[in-house]
Every structure is written in C-alpha cells, then in structure tokens.
Ligand binder design. Structure first.
Ligand SMILES: [Zn+2]
Ligand SMILES: [Zn+2]
Length: 364
C-alpha cells in the first residue's frame, strides 16, 4: 500500500498519470508522452514532448524504472514539434534507436516541413496562436528506423501499430489487443484541441484531430473509423487525459459516425482538398486561405499559456545534418527523384523550410 501511495505521489510530482497496466502518461504543458513497460520490465518511450523537457522526462523515467535503465527505444506517433521536442537530447543520453512511419521521416530529417497550419480553422486561442510555433523541421541525428511493415512494434511484444494518417502523413497509433489499450497520438484527442481554456480545465471529450494542422480530412476520417472499430477500452491521446469505458466508446462512435459535422471545419485550406505528400515530404499544397484574425489576439490572457509553451519550443535549434538512417521498410517507393538518401535535403524541399508562409513544422 505504501509503495502504491509513494508511486502515485511520484507520478503527481512529474505530472504523470496512470493509463493502464504498464502504461504511464506524462503531460508537458499541453502535450502527453507515454512510458510503456513490458512484462520483462524493459520499457519504451512513446513520443518526446516539448523542447526543453528532456530532464523532466528522464527524471520521471529514473523514478519509475531506476537509474541506468534506459528505454529500449523511442517510438513516435508522429513528428509534430510537441511530440519530438526532447527527442534529440533523450536519444543522445540514452543512445537508443527512434522508430517512426516512413512517411514521417521527411519531417524528422530536415527533408521537408509539414504542410503549413491552417489557423483559419478550429477557432480558439491555441489555433490563432499557431503562427507563434516553430517553423522549421527538426533534423534528427541518430538511429532513425522505420516501423516494421508487419505491424509489430519493436521492443513492445504485446502491441501492434496501425497507420492512422490524416493529422500527419505518417501518423501511427499503438494498440494492445489483450486489454484493448490504445495509444492514439493525435488521430483523435480527448480534449478540445483548439481551446486554451480546455488545456487549463482538462475537460475530457473525444474530439477529432487538431483542425489547424490536419492537412488530409478524408484520411483523418478513415483513421477515426479504424480506431473506433477496434473498440478500445482505454484511449490515451496526445492531448487530454485518458478516457475509458462507456464515455470513450460512445464518444468515439459518435465521432466516427458524425465526423464531418464534429471534426471537419466548415471551411479551411485543407477542407476541399488535402496536401499531397510522399516519402520526400510535401509535394503539393492547396491555395492559402487568408486568416482574418488579428495577431493582436496574442496579447490576450491566453498568451500566458501559449507563451509558456512557446518559450520552451522556440529556442533556436542548431542546424544539424548527417542523420544516419537505416531503411527497413520495403513498401514505400515515394518520389525517389527528390531524394538521394533519407539523410540529405533536396533543393526542391529545402525551399519549404525557408518561406514562413509555406514552411512550418508546426503543430499539435
Ligand atoms: Zn500533438
Ligand atoms: Zn500533432
């Protein structure tokens, strides 16, 4: 009993929260990452929080798993800045491989920026402040590997990974079948994603992916349907606290059934047509939609929250090259013309990361 209490106290101290047997979450300002322990006591980290949070993530891991017991790997649901902020530091400290879907690699290797966010959709302070978030892709140096094509998850024998694109091109979710635990990333979230107020109040509800940076709504809809079909008992998302039981079941079914009304904005850059991407990154974008919301909104009270996040995120990242990537995925040809190797930046796509209108690694 005493052990349990001290465990809970330790979790609280690090903004950690229990999810399921062997699964613990940690919230960094407004985004979650997950520690997953195997029956043999080995463990992995899923996602890597905000820039500047490596110490917190590592300390919580040491409290839970002991010093000198690094994870076997870091796995990514996707590469948006709030999920990879501490990635380089942690991979350097722990000397572990990082796994992601092949369609996510361009945004982890500096090859391409993500499609730019559509801050005209979604409403709420978090969306309007999107222009403040980092604009360049990371260039990860280290062992970056692709998830196995057979759906198995490296170092997580009880789990499978699923393609859940839409919010990002190579977005994945992780599912443990025997107790139906789902680590969903941002394919759907359990807190209204565009609302700064919801960040503060932790109001739970099943919502579509953050609208301001979902560049393919057809794919996003299909991903939510796929996840609803799994009938998860527990869902832990990138934003918001875990949900379970009837609230989750009902909320997820409703979201899948009424996705167009509940999740897709009535208008916006990516509503009529998606951004086109391939293994080299962004290939084609729909025309920009002007955002009439004045940027002076940044002076509102919301800025306290966004400013906190932004401070942690916009510290200048050093430009790094020479990612060493071992490609293990046979199924993705992509547009090989644009890439001589995963570790190099083509001229075509380098342009995406220099124009602030078209280039951003934005977004929750
Ligand atoms: Zn996110
Ligand atoms: Zn995201």
């Amino acid at each position: 009993m005493q052990d349990q209490i001290s465990n809970i106290l330790r979790q609280k101290q690090h903004s950690c929260f229990p999810v399921a047997q062997g699964v613990m979450g940690m919230e960094i300002v407004f985004v979650n990452l997950y520690y997953v322990e195997n029956p043999d006591k080995s463990w992995v980290l899923i996602d890597a929080g905000l820039y500047g949070s490596a110490d917190r993530i590592r300390k919580a891991a040491e409290d839970k798993f002991g010093k000198g017991n690094p994870p076997k790997a870091i796995l990514l649901t996707h590469g948006h800045f709030d999920h990879v902020g501490a990635l380089q530091t942690l991979a350097d400290i722990w000397q572990v491989p990082v796994y992601a879907h092949p369609l996510e690699l361009p945004y982890l290797t500096g090859l391409s920026s993500y499609p730019p966010p559509d801050s005209s959709v979604g409403g709420g302070g978090m969306a309007y402040l999107s222009f403040m978030y980092p604009k360049k892709p990371i260039t990860f140096r280290g062992r970056l590997e692709t998830l196995p094509a057979d759906g198995s998850v490296p170092f997580m024998p009880e789990w499978k990974w699923l393609e859940t694109p839409g919010h990002s091109p190579g977005h994945v979710s992780f599912f443990r079948e025997h107790d139906q635990v789902l680590i969903v990333g941002d394919a759907f979230v359990t807190r209204k994603p565009e609302s700064a107020l919801a960040v503060l109040t932790q109001k739970q509800e099943v919502c579509g992916p953050p609208a301001y940076f979902t560049p393919d709504w057809e794919a996003a809809r299909a991903s939510v349907q796929k996840l609803a079909d799994l009938k998860p008992a527990i869902a832990a998302s990138g934003h918001g606290l875990p949900m379970h039981g009837p609230d989750l079941r009902q909320g997820l079914n409703d979201l899948a059934r009424l996705f167009d009304q509940l999740a897709i904005p009535s208008k916006g850059r990516y509503v009529p047509e998606p951004a086109v991407t391939n293994t080299s990154g962004v290939v084609q974008l729909p025309p920009n939609v002007s955002n009439t919301v004045p940027k002076v909104l940044a002076t509102a009270g919301l800025v306290a929250l966004a400013g906190l996040a932004t401070y942690a995120l916009t510290k200048k990242r050093k430009s790094r090259t020479n990612s060493r990537i071992r490609r293990t995925w046979p199924g993705y040809g992509g547009n090989a013309m644009h890439r001589s190797s995963y570790g190099s930046v083509s001229q075509d796509h380098a342009s995406f990361s220099t124009d602030p209108e078209n280039a951003t690694n934005n977004y929750p």
